[in-house]
Design a protein around this ligand. Structure first.
Ligand SMILES: [Ca+2]
Ligand SMILES: [Ca+2]
Ligand SMILES: [Ca+2]
Ligand SMILES: [Ca+2]
Length: 606
């Protein structure tokens, strides 16, 4: 069995090595013909030029993350059977951050999951919403908030789709999605049917962006496999598709039909038009879609879309600025690994970890596959730098899900977080093998293109099979925190206790000509010797929603020389000599509207 597997891998690898250049050439020729112009395939560079080495100062201590979920009141368990006999039981759920009443404190959404039996009886409430009453004290307000729709929740994304200043909630699920319109004070109205965004099938990722820049956010939904509740595949039945290392497991996704993806254009009257096919993002190949995220990888001001596909090549949809997209995943070197292997991809994030002004892509993958870091080489496409960045080896054993580039120690360099957890509980019976519950991983940016595994700092945390992870400053102290969904368990809330004396700043952006939540806005912060970029996003990580405010670590700099806001409308505003250690609220065209102080820094005694 193992020998045959190795042989199979060997063959597919050899075939890929022969076929990949041919495929690249043919697709380049095909698009050249179609477009009636010459397309030059990106040159294959052996090794990308390394950025200048800037050793990490030993003086920056690692932050301490403390799980405060229980005392904070996050006690509702995610719903899942212990044995997970079907693939639909392994993919939920996402986590989300939303300030549902605009009181300046983030509230928390966790997606609930379900079971076959419960789903057949109507399912479970899709999400739980916790309101942050006081600092890190939360109350479950799901029922009073009107978030009543039942089904089988998977992921979540937040955006103000009607530009009324109140963030709305979109939830993906198996059998139907939900759109909750925010009425104020964290009361919601279910507008799914009126808006026409129920979708159906097996939806997973959701991500909002104003792809046509008309001032209204549009919605992309990725879908996974075709799963028929009335024709359940027998657990362990098929020798090829329902086995893992010789043991019986749930069937799929291999051997299952994939479902198409969906793009909705926001009409501006509370309804949406499905434009997936017209826009060229409908996934006719039926790959198994999971994490989805928008980001402007080519710096042209138009949001592009990346979709992680399980057990298949990932998509990079380049925005052609006319309502359509071209899929450039293979041609840009960002669809598969450097050696041409398709990965089981789950979670995604864009981030400029080199501070070079270009968004790189990080993708979390299945077990015995490294998580992949794709460096953005600009005109030359992307380069898989997972091995040289030292991320491949530590991430190889685990099944990765929720993830983000985030500056955990406020030194101005983006670090990486990976939530892990196996899909099959049955792996615990394999002697010496992987476990169902897996550790969280943390990687510190060493500023030279490599990352240091500092996961040992989280060693005291309970291991779980984790899925969604949402990142943001949940207690408004200037340090990035994380909320995580644990399969079949209550969530984890990791508060970053900092311990550094680094400066930082947070920006909340409000669009006027642009969409109100400023989704797609890019902020560039320049301090002495460092230029950092961030973008406002709605949907990312593993089917989760981060804090829409933008957080920057500033190291020893107490002022920013220059802050540039590129609004989704194209308007550019520049602020000069801006003081750090504040939360700024900026309105498009009106500059700084509000400032709230972050806590005083620790005095550095060194
Ligand atoms: Ca709204
Ligand atoms: Ca739009
Ligand atoms: Ca773009
Ligand atoms: Ca914090």
């Amino acid at each position: 069995m193992i020998a045959a597997h190795l042989l199979y891998n060997f063959f597919s690898l050899s075939i890929m090595r022969i076929l990949l250049p041919l495929v690249l050439l043919l697709s380049a020729m095909a698009s050249a013909q179609m477009a009636g112009r010459t397309v030059t395939p990106p040159p294959r560079k052996a090794v990308a030029k390394a950025p200048p080495a800037m050793p990490h100062p030993a003086a920056t201590p690692l932050p301490h993350f403390e799980d405060v979920a229980k005392q904070a009141g996050l006690t509702v368990s995610h719903i899942s059977t212990p044995d997970k006999k079907y693939i639909v039981e392994s993919m939920s759920g996402g986590a989300g951050l939303i300030d549902c009443d605009n009181d300046g404190k983030l509230d928390i959404i966790t997606v609930n999951g379900s079971t076959i039996e419960r789903y057949r009886q109507g399912g479970d409430r899709l999400i739980t919403l916790y309101h942050q009453d006081a600092d890190l004290k939360f109350t479950d307000i799901t029922a009073s908030a009107g978030l009543a729709r039942k089904g089988w929740g998977m992921g979540v994304a937040v955006a103000d789709y009607d530009n009324d200043g109140l963030p709305d909630i979109y939830v993906t699920g198996y059998g139907g999605n939900a759109l909750y319109h925010n009425l104020g004070n964290c009361k919601f109205e279910d507008v799914t049917d009126k808006a026409g965004v129920a979708v159906g099938g097996f939806s997973t990722g959701a991500a909002w962006a104003d792809y046509d820049r008309d001032g209204r956010v549009d919605l992309f939904v990725s879908r996974y496999v075709h799963f028929d509740m009335n024709k359940l595949p027998d657990f362990g039945s098929d020798e090829k598709n329902c086995r893992f290392k010789g043991i019986l497991v749930q069937c799929g996704p291999w051997g299952m039909l994939g479902e198409s993806d969906v793009l909705f254009h926001n009409r501006g009257d509370g309804t949406f038009e499905e434009v997936s096919k017209k826009a060229g993002v409908d996934d006719p190949a039926g790959y198994y879609g999971l994490g989805a995220i928008w980001g402007d990888y080519d710096n042209d001001g138009w949001p592009d879309l990346y979709v992680a596909n399980d057990a298949g090549p990932n998509y990079l949809y380049h925005n052609l600025r006319n309502g359509t997209f071209e899929e450039l995943g293979m041609l840009s070197g960002i669809a598969v690994s450097a050696d041409g292997l398709e990965q089981g991809s789950m979670g995604v994030d864009w981030g400029d970890y080199l501070n070079q002004g270009r968004m790189a892509m990080f993708v979390t993958n299945f077990t015995e596959q490294p998580d992949t870091l794709y460096r953005n080489l600009g005109q030359e496409g992307f380069s898989d730098v997972s091995w040289p960045s030292q991320l491949a080896k530590p991430t190889y054993p685990y099944v990765g899900w929720g993830t983000a580039f985030f500056d955990m120690d406020n030194d101005g360099w983006l670090d990486l977080f990976v939530a892990n957890g196996h899909v099959y509980p049955q792996v615990d019976s394999i002697p010496g093998g992987a476990h169902y519950r897996e550790p969280i991983q943390l990687f510190r940016n060493k500023r030279d293109g490599t990352f240091e595994d500092v996961s040992s700092g989280l060693a005291g945390l309970q291991e779980e099979s984790r899925r969604g992870a949402a990142f943001g400053d949940i207690n408004n102290d200037g340090n990035m925190d994380v909320v995580l969904v644990n399969v079949g368990q209550p969530p984890t809330l990791l508060i970053n206790r900092g311990g550094n004396s680094n400066h930082r700043v947070v920006f909340k952006l409000i669009g006027s000509k642009s969409n109100r939540m400023a989704i797609g806005a890019r902020v560039t912060v320049k301090t002495e010797g460092l230029t950092q970029i961030r973008e406002v996003r709605a949907g990312g990580s593993y089917i989760s929603q981060n804090d829409p405010r933008l957080h920057f670590g500033l190291g020893k700099e107490s002022r920013m020389e220059r802050v540039e806001i590129r609004w989704p409308s194209g308007n550019i505003e520049v602020l000069k000599d801006v003081v750090a250690d504040l939360i700024y609220t900026l309105i498009e065209g009106q500059g700084i509207q509000q400032k709230a102080a972050l806590p005083a820094l620790l005095v550095n005694t060194k």
